[in-house]
Design a protein around this ligand. Structure first.
Ligand SMILES: CC(=O)N[C@H]1[C@@H](OP(=O)(O)OP(=O)(O)OC[C@H]2O[C@@H](n3ccc(=O)[nH]c3=O)[C@H](O)[C@@H]2O)O[C@H](CO)[C@@H](O)[C@@H]1O[C@H](C)C(=O)N[C@@H](C)C(=O)N[C@H](CCC(=O)O)C(=O)O
Ligand SMILES: Nc1ncnc2c1ncn2[C@@H]1O[C@H](COP(=O)(O)OP(=O)(O)OP(=O)(O)O)[C@@H](O)[C@H]1O
Length: 479
């Protein structure tokens, strides 16, 4: 592409790509100097040029320049990067229906439901915590919401592969760091707002402000915002939404309203009330929070033209979402559930569900809390486990360079009476839970979900995955 396609009045030289990391620059690239939390991209201009950058986009006044390099000074480099990414990658989001989902919990679940139901009739890609998935492509992501360049390169590839829609998880980090500024969403979905990520945002206000950007700025004016009416942030988001709003809920009357809920350990049934008509919904998704997730997905799909009957017909066989309420069944006479709960709200919802299905049997939980992340939630996890569980096994969960034992000690501050033990090795912790369980008991393996890696002090190391570990331990017990 010619540089002049990106910047008016720029020379008509050919460029080979865009880059904001000096370490990754390739010959003929344009290097964007981004301000970061740790570094300032302006400090790496020399390295970018050494590696072959032919154009530098900067905002600060530069003291030394190279006569062989083109310098373009802009007021806001992040904004320029977003504009250029969109042009360079051929405006992919103009060619697909874009669904953006934000909120503390439920983003992966809702985006996966949307993809599962829509894909057979309208090819739909997915980008989020679990994967980057479209056509035959299935990649492991580094971030929930990728940086603007990687994101656009994947969106462009989706278009090339025939995708007509994309369901994208939009994290609060992604919004705060302008990773989706070049995208106008047809549908913006809000799940819920509870405690998370205060280590990054500092305050609840900042965290909410970041989330609200999807509705205030990123949804199209002629798009639709789909909001959870039972969440206390509903009115705030409704009042700032650039697009018309549609509500879903269970407690308060909503445009997409669920009543007469019947929830069991293997399915959920409810009556969907829409436009004064009633529809019976049966789904293999379990737990109350998944009724919310399903309602949001139903509303999103229906508002973009899919008939309700067709959507509802697909609800009874949603494919297993990896590591989300994943029931491990090897024929044993106790329940084992792997789940990605890692926020206080997610923990509470999972443990309440576990309690409900365990009834008078034992509820055994295995979990930890991530190192170098939000310290305040550790004691809260202990308090929640104290409320619902009979036995608590504390173990490692991405300790990074903290000690898992110290983290466990902080979780224990919230545990008063319930039997608890610390087993540093996660596999062994799962094994002990499985060995201990009696007929009818429920084991919850929480926090890692589908992840097959663990962050230790030297970075990311492979982890067998809770799912596989559980299967091996159950099989060992059944020998
Ligand atoms: C806290 C956070 O989100 N940090 C992101 C941020 O890093 P940063 O601001 O620290 O960047 P920096 O290191 O100061 O560098 C500034 C600039 O200098 C450049 N640089 C830096 C060094 C160098 O040698 N050369 C160079 O050019 C960098 O490429 C960058 O352009 O910008 C980087 C570039 O886009 C991101 O990779 C990085 O994500 C880090 C890896 C991360 O772990 N983020 C997590 C917390 C995150 O975003 N999580 C969310 C939420 C997930 C959830 O809901 O649980 C997600 O969407 O995944
Ligand atoms: N609507 C919901 N309300 C509360 N908790 C939920 C909801 N949906 C899912 N959860 C809980 O949160 C966990 C993570 O779910 P999911 O991956 O869908 O959320 P997420 O917002 O994508 O989180 P992340 O971006 O960290 O993956 C689930 O395993 C479950 O325990």
């Amino acid at each position: 592409m010619r540089l002049s396609k990106l910047f008016k009045n720029a020379p008509t030289v050919n460029i080979t790509g865009l880059c904001f990391d000096s370490r990754k620059v390739k010959k003929g690239n344009v290097y964007f100097c981004l301000p970061g939390l740790t570094f300032d991209g302006h400090d790496f201009i020399d390295q970018a040029i050494d590696k072959g950058a032919i154009c530098i986009v900067h905002s600060k006044i530069l003291e030394n320049t190279d006569a062989n390099v083109i310098y373009i000074q802009v007021e806001n480099v992040v904004e320029a990067l977003n504009v250029c990414a969109r042009i360079f990658y051929g405006r992919p989001t103009d060619k697909m229906v874009m669904y953006g989902v934000t909120g503390t919990n439920g983003k992966s679940t809702i985006t996966n439901i949307i993809q599962a139901i829509l894909n057979p009739v309208r090819p739909c890609g997915y980008i989020g915590t679990i994967a980057i998935r479209y056509g035959n492509v299935n990649l492991a992501p580094d971030l929930t919401t990728p940086d603007v360049l990687f994101l656009h390169s994947k969106l462009a590839d989706m278009v090339r592969c025939g995708m007509k829609a994309c369901a994208l998880e939009v994290s609060s980090h992604g919004l705060a760091q302008h990773r989706v500024d070049a995208i106008s969403f047809d549908v913006a979905i809000f799940t819920n707002f509870t405690y998370d990520h205060l280590d990054f945002h500092g305050t609840f206000e900042n965290y909410f402000e970041a989330k609200s950007l999807l509705f205030k700025e990123r949804v199209k004016e002629d798009g639709v915002s789909i909001l959870n009416i039972d969440d206390e942030k509903y009115e705030d988001l409704k009042s700032v939404s650039k697009a018309r709003t549609v509500s879903y809920g269970i407690k308060n009357k909503a445009d997409y309203f669920a009543k007469d809920l019947k929830l069991t350990s293997h399915e959920s049934r409810f009556t969907l009330v829409y436009n004064q008509n009633e529809y019976k919904v049966v789904t293999n998704l379990v737990a109350l929070y998944n009724v919310y997730n399903l309602l949001a997905a139903i509303a999103a799909l229906h508002e973009t033209g899919m008939p309700l009957d067709q959507i509802i017909a697909a609800c009874d066989s949603i494919p297993q979402i990896e590591g989300r309420m994943e029931q491990i069944d090897c024929g044993q006479d106790f329940h084992v559930i792997v789940d990605f709960a890692h926020t206080p709200d997610g923990m509470e919802k999972m443990m309440k569900f576990g309690r409900d299905i365990a009834k008078e049997n034992n509820l055994i939980s295995v979990f930890g809390s991530a190192g170098k992340r939000d310290v305040a939630k550790r004691k809260v996890f202990g308090e929640i486990a104290e409320k619902y569980c009979d036995y608590i096994i504390l173990t490692e969960d991405d300790p990074r360079d903290e000690s898992s034992e110290d983290i466990a000690r902080q979780i224990k501050e919230g545990i008063q009476t319930k039997t608890n033990i610390f087993i540093p090795d996660r596999y062994e912790a799962i094994r002990q839970a499985v060995q201990y369980a009696k007929s009818g008991d429920v084991i919850l393996l929480l926090g890692k979900g589908d992840e097959v890696f663990m962050y230790h002090e030297n970075g990311r190391v492979p982890w067998i995955g809770d799912n596989k570990a559980a299967k091996e331990c159950i099989e060992e017990r059944m020998l």
